[in-house]
Design a protein around this ligand. Structure first.
Ligand SMILES: NC(=O)c1ccc[n+]([C@@H]2O[C@H](COP(=O)([O-])OP(=O)(O)OC[C@H]3O[C@@H](n4cnc5c(N)ncnc54)[C@H](OP(=O)(O)O)[C@@H]3O)[C@@H](O)[C@H]2O)c1
Length: 351
């Protein structure tokens, strides 16, 4: 047996997850002499993504949602795990291949069963595209951004778009796609370093720090004629202000509500006051899940365009690493608190 540290889900959190009680890092062991599972393969894992949706899966399993609850006592399920194949019992996956496994455990080594083959892709990075881009802009994050912006946001050159959590994984991708497509792009972020990043490195038109400036004043200052598209990653007060400042026939892409994810029950939730704008302004306001057919149908276009933009240097796939599985809990909580700039990734081992 070799050491196999795993990011463990120990108990259902009530509000913010408590390190040690709800989440921990422990050695669960790995038998490197054992054969791979029948029809499956084993991996040494290199990276695992952090995603806010993981918090939603840390719930009482009796509460139904679009993804199943995680199992207490098992490793935390990551949206993507990227690993190097050690042994394989399937001709579809060769030893030494780099594979991207959707929805798998966060651990140093994995024995992946045959049942996970349909969510495993062999990665052969295109020239000029870093491996980790397949965890972000060319992974689920980028699919979320590209598919929903086009399907629901219906962007046109010159449109004014407001993006929340703009320096995060989805936000940086939505904003850069909008820049590429000639929109006027405004970002909302939680610190000045992120503000500098979205404007000076990603090419957003403007932005504001919602922790420093009154949100309503900021939106009126930066979009005096109103907003065509609000890309909502956070819910709460910013959604309310966006509703108030939408143009007639504007679109709201309801991607996430991270401002509510660590509330204990519904009592702490912000009550939206400007709902009547939806009718008065004839808004289109639609939620989605990235795996919906109307979102996934944009995958080929996303793959071609975003890979080309990354390779020609006009699009930045920015990663924010937590180094080492020993720090897995801190990295996860840090992402929920907003410490990340770009796509949050746990680096487990060198490629
Ligand atoms: N619908 C789907 O299928 C789908 C798929 C993927 C992601 N999502 C959603 O998209 C959103 C962004 O996800 P991501 O992976 O890109 O994460 P992320 O933006 O990289 O990280 C989360 C960010 O949220 C911001 N944040 C945290 N608490 C906040 C609060 N109380 N108010 C406002 N902002 C807050 C922080 O940035 P600041 O410092 O700027 O506050 C933090 O960096 C999440 O809501 C997620 O659930 C939805």
């Amino acid at each position: 047996m070799v050491q196999n540290k795993a990011f463990l889900y120990k108990a259902v959190p009530d509000g913010w997850p408590v390190p040690g009680k709800d989440l921990s890092v422990e050695d669960i062991g790995f038998d490197e002499t054992a054969p791979p599972p029948p029809g499956g393969f084993t991996t040494k894992n290199l990276y695992a993504t952090y995603d806010p949706s993981q918090r939603g899966r840390m719930r009482d399993p009796s509460i139904k949602s679009y993804t199943p609850a995680m199992t207490v006592g098992k490793p935390v399920v990551s949206v993507h795990v990227l690993g190097k194949v050690l042994k394989s019992d399937t001709p579809k996956i060769k030893e030494g291949a780099i594979v991207l496994i959707k929805g798998y455990y966060t651990e140093e080594y994995s024995a992946v069963p045959e049942s996970a083959l349909d969510r495993t892709a062999v990665i052969d990075p295109k020239p000029g595209v870093p491996l980790t881009a397949y965890l972000g802009a060319l992974g689920m994050t980028g699919m979320t951004a590209y598919g929903s912006l086009h399907e629901i946001g219906q962007p046109k050159p010159g449109d004014v778009i407001l993006v929340s959590a703009a320096a995060g994984a989805v936000g940086q991708t939505v904003g850069q796609i909008a820049v590429q497509e000639g929109l006027h792009v405004i970002g909302s972020v939680g610190d000045d370093r992120k503000l500098d990043f979205i404007i000076n490195e990603l090419g957003f038109t403007s932005g504001f720090n919602y922790k420093k400036e009154n949100i309503s004043d900021a939106v009126k200052r930066l979009a005096p004629d109103g907003i065509d598209i609000y890309y909502d990653n956070v819910g709460g007060e910013l959604l309310d202000v966006a509703l108030q400042n939408m143009k007639d026939f504007g679109r709201i892409v309801a991607c996430g509500t991270i401002s509510t994810y660590n509330n204990s029950g519904a009592s702490g939730a912000y009550g939206v006051k400007n709902y009547s704008s939806v009718v008065r302004k004839r808004l289109r306001w639609q939620g989605f899940i990235v795996y919906d057919p109307n979102i996934i149908r944009w995958e080929k276009e996303r793959d071609e365009k975003v890979a080309r933009w990354i390779a020609d240097g006009s699009f930045k796939s920015v990663d924010f690493f937590t180094h080492g599985i020993d720090h897995a809990v801190d990295g996860f909580l840090g992402m929920l608190k907003g410490e990340n700039l770009g796509k949050s990734i746990l680096k487990i081992a060198d490629p």
